[in-house]
Each structure stands twice: as structure tokens, then as C-alpha cells.
Ligand binder design. Structure first.
Ligand code: AHG
Ligand code: MN
Ligand code: MN
Length: 333
């Protein structure tokens, strides 16, 4: 099916698998359209005055960039009127966003990290958008925060866009992970890679080494062994990459294998890691598992974690299966 548009891919999937309902198809198309708009805004950069700080903060206590705010607004505006959603939630908003009463409501919940890798915006390095789709519990007309708190296994769709040298949309509807490339002249996402597979073994790892002194013992042991290279216990050399945009790091791992780690550490002992479960770790875990990889928090499969807050954080180890299993085993049974 390589070479077909996202629209055609979704229609063919709907016919073949019957697990995609019309509203879910619309939802994916609308999110893809919003990602196109975000890609255009990012591409203009300083010409459109979109770089720099917004002068506001979000619920995580992080300074918002102008593009964090712009991307959030693009996603909200694109998705509020189509009748496919019951509510939305975002990294940039403390509470869920209710669909305005003037529009019909649908049966899905959409969660997103509108702009991932914010620290890279002003230095012209790849950033992205991450999203997750859940079903709104039956009979719930006005979903509240607790209706979003479903484990990642309940996601019906997950995806990310990466705004790099090319703009890509990577998507799973539970039937493999597929990659679409934005054809800028046509304005369409074109299927360029079907059924991505992450190699089970790898010689590449991704972690922010500057936090080494704050890590827990199992992560120190694992990374020390990688750094020891050929003469060490692993008997081979490992390479390291760290973009600091999760989308770009995960996309590299989907393309050629690797392990991505953002462990919990001693800097903020009350927080279990930096990345957010609902709109970063869960969608990435589904995408990675659908490509044959693994994703854990060291102790549990990420998709099995029962969330207790919209902005809950979680430790993340994901990518090539054998490496994720090894570092998880170091955490104990
Ligand atoms: P966001 O820009 O959405 O806040 O996410 C940034 C995340 C993630 O993309 C990346 O892996 C990580 O933060 C980088 O963290 P460090 O700056 O601590 O390396
Ligand atoms: Mn992010
Ligand atoms: Mn973000």
C-alpha cells in the first residue's frame, strides 16, 4: 500500500479490519491536518515571529514557548467542532478541555503533547506532536479528569508527528505502526513505510548523561556496562545519541533500533520521572509495542500502569526489546 494517502489508508483499513469507525477516521484526519498547520508555523520560524517564550507557565511549572501555545490552540480549534470528540486534554492545560456546547459531541477522548522538545524550538532542531486516543466511558456526556484515567492498553490510536528535515506522521490504530511523509506540494501525508519493526538488539542508547549522578542503582549499573564497551561485560561497543526531543529520539529508534531512557532520579524525589504518562509515555509505548519493541517504567509495562492523574509522570525505558528487558531485569522482579 506504500504511496497511498493517509485518507486512502484509513478508508482501506476501515473496510478491511472494521475496527475503525468513521469518527475515528475523521479524528485522525483532523489531527493530521492540525499537524500540517503546526509544521507550517514551525517552518516559518522567526519570519512569523513564532520563536521565543510566551511569557506564561503551564501546570508543570515550565515556561511556555510561543509555539507550545500556538500548537495547543491549533489542535483545540481543529478538533472541537467535528463532533468526533467528547473532550480533550493537553500538556499545556491543567484541566480537560470541554467541547463547547454549540458543537455536537462524539465518543472519543483526545490527549496530546502539542509541541514536544520545546527546548529545541529556538535552535532549529527537530520537535514534534504526540497524541493518544481513548474511548469516553459509555453514558458519560460531560467527561471529567477521572474519565481520562484509563491505562494505555485502552488506547484505540496513538501517533506522533516529527517536524524534522521532513515532516512525518507515525501512527498506530492497533494494527502495526506505519509512517507517512508530508508531501508539501500536495498537502497530503503519503504512506512511506508500513509495519515498522524495531530490531530486538541494538548498539545504541539514548539518555541524558548529565543526570548520571542522580540515577538509581539499576540504571547506573546498566549504563556503566554499556559505557564499558568491548572489554566490559557486554563485550561490544555502544554508541549514544540524545536529541532532547522525545519524538526525534523515538523516531530514530523506530528507524534503526536503540533504547531510550528517562529514568526517575533524585533531583525531584517526589516525582516518578520527567515524562508524562498520558500524552508522552503511553502513546509512545503503544507505537513501540506495535513495532515489536518494549516499553516499561523499570518495573511494569507502561501500558499497564493505572493512571491517577492527568499530568502524572513516569520513568520510561523503551525500544529494542532485549535491551529494555535487560534494564528492567536490573530493577528486580
Ligand atoms: P516537552 O518539550 O513536551 O516538555 O518535552 C520535553 C521532554 C522530551 O521531549 C525529552 O525527551 C526530554 O524532555 C528532554 O529532557 P532533558 O532536557 O532533561 O534532557
Ligand atoms: Mn514532551
Ligand atoms: Mn510539550
Amino acid at each position: 500500500m506504500k504511496g497511498i494517502t493517509l485518507t486512502r489508508y484509513l478508508i482501506e483499513e476501515q473496510r478491511a479490519a472494521a475496527h475503525i469507525e468513521g469518527d475515528l477516521r475523521l479524528l485522525v484526519e483532523v489531527v493530521a491536518r492540525a499537524c500540517k498547520a503546526i509544521s507550517i508555523a514551525i517552518g516559518k520560524g522567526d519570519l512569523a515571529g513564532v520563536l521565543g517564550n510566551a511569557g506564561t507557565g503551564n501546570v508543570q511549572g515550565e515556561a511556555q514557548k510561543k509555539l507550545d501555545v500556538i500548537s495547543n490552540e491549533i489542535l483545540l480549534e481543529a478538533n472541537e467542532w467535528g463532533g468526533h470528540l467528547a473532550a480533550m486534554a493537553s500538556e499545556e492545560m491543567e484541566k480537560p478541555y470541554a467541547i463547547p456546547h454549540r458543537y455536537p459531541k462524539g465518543e472519543y477522548l483526545l490527549l496530546f503533547d502539542p509541541l514536544d522538545g520545546s527546548s529545541n524550538i529556538d535552535v532549529n532542531v527537530s520537535v514534534g506532536t504526540i497524541f493518544s486516543v481513548l474511548r469516553c466511558p459509555e453514558g458519560v456526556a460531560e467527561p471529567g479528569e477521572h474519565h481520562f484515567l484509563q491505562p494505555g492498553t485502552r488506547q484505540v490510536c496513538a501517533g506522533y508527528a516529527v517536524y524534522g528535515p521532513t515532516t512525518l506522521l507515525v501512527l498506530t490504530l492497533g494494527n502495526g505502526t506505519h509512517c507517512f511523509t508530508l508531501d508539501r506540494e500536495m498537502g497530503s501525508f503519503i504512506l512511506t513505510e508500513e509495519n515498522l519493526r524495531i530490531p530486538e538488539d541494538t548498539r545504541e542508547f539514548a539518555i541524558n548523561m548529565s543526570n548520571q549522578r542522580h540515577w538509581e542503582a539499576p540504571v547506573r549499573r546498566y549504563v556503566d556496562e554499556l559505557l564499558a564497551g568491548k572489554p566490559g561485560p557486554r563485550g561490544k561497543d555502544f554508541n549514544m545519541r540524545w536529541v532532547a526531543s522525545m519524538v526525534a529520539d523515538v523516531h530514530r529508534i523506530l528507524s534503526r533500533g536503540g533504547i531510550f531512557m528517562y529514568p526517575r532520579d533524585a533531583r525531584e524525589p517526589d516525582k516518578p520521572g520527567k515524562l508524562r504518562l498520558m500524552y508522552e509515555a503511553n502513546p509512545m509505548a503503544m507505537i513501540v509495542e506495535q513495532a515489536g519493541g518494549a516499553a516499561t517504567d523499570g518495573n511494569r509495562r507502561i501500558l499497564d500502569v493505572q493512571p491517577d492523574g492527568l499530568h502524572q509522570r513516569v520513568a520510561v525505558f523503551l525500544g529494542s526489546r532485549n535491551e529494555v528487558q535487560r534494564v528492567s531485569a536490573y530493577h528486580g522482579p
